[in-house]
Write a protein of this length. Sequence first.
Length: 469
Amino acid sequence: MASKKHPLLELEKLSESSGKNLADEEFAYFMDSVDPLRHLRQEFHYPKMKDIQGTDLNLVNPEDDCVYLCGNSLGLCPKNTKKYMEIEIDKWAKLGVQGHFNGDLPWAWCDELLDQDMGKIVGAEEGKAEVGIMNGLTVNLHLLLISFYRPTQQRHKILLESKAFPSDHYAVESQVRLHGFNPTDSMILMEPREGEMLLRTEDILSVIEAEGDSIAVVCFSGVQYYTGQCFEMEKITKAGQAKGCYVGWDLAHAAGNVELFLHDWGVDFACWCTYKYLNSSAGGLACLFIHEKHHANEFPKLQGWWGHKFSSRFRMDNKMESYDGAYMYRISNTPGLLCPPLKASLEIYNKTSMSELCAKSRILTAYLEYLLNRKYGDQCNGDVAKNGPVHVTILSPLDPDQRGAQLSLSFSIDMTRVFKELEKRGVVCDERKPSVIRVAPAPLYCSFHDVYRFVQYLEDALAAANGLS
């Protein structure tokens, strides 16, 4: 990732030019007034305090927007989702089976009408059938590993994080067993250095160099779910491929969050869900990417009717005429009622670009980092917070080039108590055991004032959790 000017410098410059103190609420309002993407918030239903479960309405204004910093778990609902869903339900009611071939989203190929827009978000090459919308993330990972994990006695290992998301770990472990190998011997689980939370790129490259001849697949997450670390995908991909490994990525926390250039980086394969930063509804359709260079390869794969070309699919002669590229991995027909929410979200992405979103994300997350450090970090400058001796630690990378829209926080007191007090104040984030609260200001709909309010509510929550109020 190319290094850029630290966004805190930009914040300081804007503070100086506007005459507003960087730590004051007026500065947050000012930043929202000059945010070129501020109008996108109006494209979403933003929950109110009175509707959020667990909120103590004696502590907040019931009519205020909640503080929603959980786009890394489930994105907010685009306002057009309901309209597009009703169109499809109405079509079903009026046309029945004819809905497969009629309307704005004919169910027989509704996914194909969205994959070009999806491809722009992950950096796929337009017109090369590198992206397919189908299944769930872990199903897609299994389908891809069936093709790319073809172990031999000499090359049978898979390199991944020791703290990979459990679903990824289970998928890899089961694929290893499926091929008759022992996970203890065939799974290389990368650990951070002692006393550290983040994996260093040089350590990953060192393992690839030392053991690459025995590694069949390198499979990391693009953004680590627990710490929010964004891995140097291009560098790791090239290093793995140089040793003869296939390199794939789980982009669940990266797609729609950080800039991706899968085609240009030469990534072999990738998969991701769409309900986090991509706002497609809970359990929404997932996606996969297969680089164009592999489309002619005769990899083993599971096949189904929907991977058969539409032009001859209904001959029903059981003679497979497979699509090229990602479409060949479609096993079952696309759920027609899961495409409307994704369409609603992708339309919003089409009103901006990933470069614009990431520019806002960098400065928005840096603003959050600044406010936290001012109250709880080494930069507190004598500012005494209500929480007294409670300490807050940012576990996510401090380098903006190595993270997306997420800061993972740990506390010197019980995290569960802190989380409960945040809930009472209408703050929506999430907890991850053993000790982290993840805070994700998604740039599509989160504002600078949301970030400012979060830090104020956190101060009150810490004081309450620590028994000081």
